[in-house]
Design a protein around this ligand. Structure first.
Ligand SMILES: [Zn+2]
Ligand SMILES: [Zn+2]
Length: 374
C-alpha cells in the first residue's frame, strides 16, 4: 500500500495542520506549471495523499489498512472522479484566468430600438408599415471574416492559435504560471493578414434598409414590436440582435383614447337636445348614425359599441363614447325671445325655484380626469 505519510513527509501522528502545511509546500514545488511535466506524477501522488489524510474518515480507514482512494478501497471515491486534479489546482491557484481556448471572432450583435409614429386609425385597426432602419449588416465584401477578398484568416504565431499565453508570475506560493489573453491576436487565436477595405476588418458595415412591419391592432404609445434577428449584426459578422420597434401614437384631433375606448364631445343645440334628433357622426369606421333621445342632458354619454380600438392580440374592440355638450342659444332676436318666454310661462319657469344640489357629476369626472392626467 502506498505510504501517504511518507509522500507528504509527515509523521503518522501528524496533526491536520501539519498535513495541510506540508501539502501546500509540496504542491507549490511540484505544480506542473512550475516543475514541468517531470513533477506531474509526483504532484498527483501528493494530491492523492492529501485527499486521504486531510479527511478524518478516510484517514482512519487508511490507518486501519484500507486505501480509500484505490478503486478496490472501502470508500470507493478514487482520485480523478471524486476529487479531481482541476479542483486542487483551482483551490490553490484561484482557477479562473483566461478562457481555456481562443475566443470566437464572431459575436452576437446588439438589439436595436427604433421609434415609429402611427395615427389612431392604424392603432385601432392594425397596419402594414414600411420602416427605414439603419443597422450594422454583414459586410458583403468579405462575408464577415474581415479579410480582403482572396486572403484568409491566419493562425496567430504568438500563441499558435490558443488565444492565450502563459506567463510566470510571483504569488504567495512562489512562482506560478498564469494565463492571459494573447495580445497579438486579442485572444482570437487568428489574425487578419490583410484587412477588408470595406469594413476595416470588422466584418460588418452600417446599412440603411427598408423593412415591412406588421403593426397589430391595439398597440399604444410605448408598445414594442419585436423583430427577431433584425438588429445589429455583431463583430466579426456575428448573428444579429433583435430589433424593437417602439410605437408612438399621434394625438387625434377629435378622439381621445383611454385604454381601447375612444371619447369625443358632441355639441348639440338646446332645442335638438330637448326635442331629440338623429345625427351623422364621422367615426374611424366612417359615418355612423347617432340617436339622441328627446330630453338629452348635458354631459350625457351615448356609447357606440365596438367602434373603438381593437384589443391587442385578442378579438373585439373598445367602444366610442360620445359626450353630449348642450349649447344654450345666445344672441336671441325679439321673436325668439318671445317664443322662449312663452315656453317658460307655459312651463311655469319664469322664476324657477332655486334647487341646489351637489356639483354636477360631470364636474367630478372632469376633475378626476385632470388629476389622473388623462
Ligand atoms: Zn469586410
Ligand atoms: Zn495569439
Amino acid at each position: 500500500m502506498t505510504d501517504y505519510y511518507e509522500i507528504l513527509g509527515v509523521p503518522r501522528d501528524a496533526s491536520a495542520e501539519q498535513i495541510k502545511k506540508s501539502y501546500r509546500k509540496l504542491a507549490r514545488e511540484l505544480h506542473p506549471d512550475v516543475a514541468g511535466e517531470a513533477g506531474e506524477e509526483r504532484f498527483k501522488d501528493v494530491a492523492r495523499a492529501y485527499e486521504v489524510l486531510s479527511n478524518p474518515d478516510k484517514r482512519q480507514q487508511y490507518d486501519m489498512g484500507v486505501d480509500p482512494s484505490s478503486p478496490s478501497g472501502g470508500a470507493g471515491a478514487g482520485f480523478g472522479n471524486g476529487f479531481g486534479f482541476q479542483d486542487i489546482f483551482e483551490t490553490f491557484f484561484g482557477g479562473g484566468g483566461a478562457p481555456a481556448g481562443p475566443v470566437p471572432r464572431a459575436r452576437r450583435g446588439q438589439d436595436a430600438l427604433v421609434r415609429m409614429d402611427i395615427d389612431l386609425a392604424e392603432a385601432a385597426f392594425g397596419a402594414k408599415r414600411e420602416l427605414q432602419v439603419d443597422t450594422a449588416v454583414v459586410c458583403g465584401t468579405c462575408g464577415g471574416n474581415g479579410c480582403r477578398p482572396g486572403t484568409d484568416l491566419k493562425t496567430c504565431e504568438v500563441c499558435h492559435g490558443r488565444g492565450n499565453v502563459q506567463r510566470v508570475a510571483r504569488s504567495f506560493l512562489g512562482q506560478v504560471m498564469t494565463t492571459a489573453p494573447c495580445a497579438a491576436c486579442q485572444g482570437f487565436g487568428t489574425v487578419i493578414p490583410e484587412l477588408c477595405a470595406d469594413c476595416s476588418g470588422e466584418g460588418r458595415v452600417r446599412s440603411r434598409r427598408t423593412l415591412t412591419v406588421n403593426v397589430p391592432a391595439g398597440v399604444d404609445t410605448g408598445t414594442r414590436i419585436k423583430l427577431t434577428s433584425q438588429g445589429e449584426v455583431g463583430p466579426g459578422g456575428g448573428p444579429a440582435g433583435d430589433l424593437y420597434v417602439e410605437i408612438r401614437e399621434k394625438p387625434h384631433e377629435t378622439f381621445v383614447r383611454r385604454g381601447d375606448d375612444l371619447h369625443c364631445t358632441l355639441q348639440v343645440p338646446m332645442t335638438a337636445a330637448a326635442l331629440g334628433t338623429v345625427l351623422d357622426l364621422e367615426t374611424l369606421d366612417g359615418e355612423q348614425e347617432i340617436d339622441l333621445r328627446p330630453g338629452t342632458q348635458p354631459g350625457q354619454v351615448v356609447t357606440l359599441k365596438g367602434l373603438g380600438v381593437g384589443h391587442l392580440h385578442a378579438g373585439g374592440r373598445g367602444d366610442l363614447n360620445v359626450h353630449v355638450d348642450v349649447q344654450v342659444p345666445t344672441g336671441l332676436d325679439e321673436e325668439q325671445t318671445d317664443l322662449l318666454r312663452s315656453l317658460a310661462t307655459m312651463r311655469g319657469e319664469e322664476r324657477p325655484e332655486p334647487r341646489l344640489t351637489a356639483a354636477h357629476p360631470g364636474v367630478f369626472s372632469r376633475l378626476r380626469d385632470k388629476l389622473s392626467g388623462r
